[in-house]
Write a protein that binds this ligand. Structure first.
Ligand code: PEP
Ligand code: MN
Length: 336
């Protein structure tokens, strides 16, 4: 439930509403906003009888929110959230942030060469998977903690913050020690225990959309993190499973402007996992920027033909550099 106060409501009137909410056993949450004063009501499991609040002085309107997400919704938080990853800021009207690097950390030489390529081209955040959620158990599973260390040292050498995936709670300590941004992959979007645990951290999180998740389920997953107190969540569209098999997934770009209407959280796009095809990655990356994405995540490998994972969708340094030039041009057209 959302209680919208008159613009002229006094502090005492707002306090009286807060007290009534508490008396009902619920939690009032002040909602900052330049246009209005509002109070979010949390802690209910069903419909709230608002008769004790509706007629209090200063109350203009009561909106019943039946969605499974509230804290991440724009109704509850009209201003866009800016998430800080190291010194890099993502969200709102800020220019798009580029996260790039190999699918997996494979070796010191591969990680460093890939990191140099993306840094030179102008990427802001370095990616690299150390714990890999592979479809089959015989595929390369990642270097684990050794991979985290190689990613960190490549990031330090290139002066870039780093993002890497966590698959289970037991990996969180290590990932937080070496990374600047925790990635929760598509396969774990509804791993509710993991979501709650990262929600207890004071650490930015990149939450990828589950391959069969609706937008409501996607936002509800983010709500799990925010409800535990961690508001630093970046969403990522990475393609969804449809009847189409010509591409690895189907990139749902509609989600970008839609989520930006529904939620205050930043949303980025991963055209690499969405398409699965190197030739489609640059054009879909540009399309995502035109749709208003707050950033991109792109797989770049120093030698895609030799990659241990996702080589077919990885750009090499030159292809990435050429994409970055196009993106700079696009950004100047869109004045972001
Ligand atoms: C990844 O980014 O490395 C990855 C595995 O992506 P997704 O979870 O979107 O499949
Ligand atoms: Mn990959």
């Amino acid at each position: 439930m959302l209680i919208v106060m008159d613009q002229s409501a006094t502090t005492a009137q707002i306090e009286a509403v807060n007290d009534s909410v508490k008396e009902m056993g619920l939690r009032p949450e002040p909602i900052p906003g330049s246009q209005r004063t509002a109070i979010g009501v949390l802690g209910n499991q069903g419909y709230i009888d608002d008769s004790g609040i509706r007629n209090l002085p200063g109350v203009r309107e009561i909106i019943h929110v039946s969605k499974p997400y509230k804290l991440v919704s724009r109704d509850f938080h009209p201003e866009s959230t800016i998430v800080k990853v190291g010194e890099v800021e993502v969200g709102g009207e800020l220019p798009p942030v580029l996260m790039a690097g190999p699918c997996s950390v494979e070796s010191e030489a591969q990680m460093l060469a890939s990191a140099k390529a993306v840094k030179q081209a102008g990427a802001h955040i370095l990616r690299g998977g150390a714990f890999k959620p592979r479809t089959g158990p015989h595929s390369f599973q990642g270097l684990g903690v050794e991979g985290l260390k190689l990613l960190r040292s490549a990031g330090d050498e290139m002066e870039m913050p780093v993002v890497t995936e966590v698959m289970r709670i037991g990996q969180l300590d290590d990932v937080c020690r070496y990374a600047d941004l925790i990635q929760i992959g598509a396969r774990n979007m509804q791993n509710f225990d993991l979501l709650k645990e990262v929600g207890k951290l004071n650490f930015p999180v990149l939450l990828k959309r589950g391959m069969s998740a609706t937008i409501e389920e996607f936002l509800a997953a983010a709500e799990y993190i925010v409800a535990e107190g961690n508001g630093q969540v970046i969403l990522c569209e990475r393609g969804i499973r449809t009847f189409e098999t010509a591409t690895r997934n189907t990139l749902d770009l509609t989600v970008v402007p839609l989520v930006q209407q529904m939620s205050h959280l930043p949303i980025i796009v991963d055209p690499s996992h969405a398409t699965g095809r190197r030739a489609l990655v640059p054009v879909m990356a540009k399309a995502a920027i035109v749709c208003g994405a707050n950033g991109l995540m792109i797989e770049v490998h120093n030698n895609p033909a030799q990659a241990l994972c996702d080589g077919a969708q990885s750009l090499d340094g030159e292809e990435f550099s050429s994409l970055m030039k196009d993106l700079q041009h696009l950004n100047s057209c869109y004045k972001r």
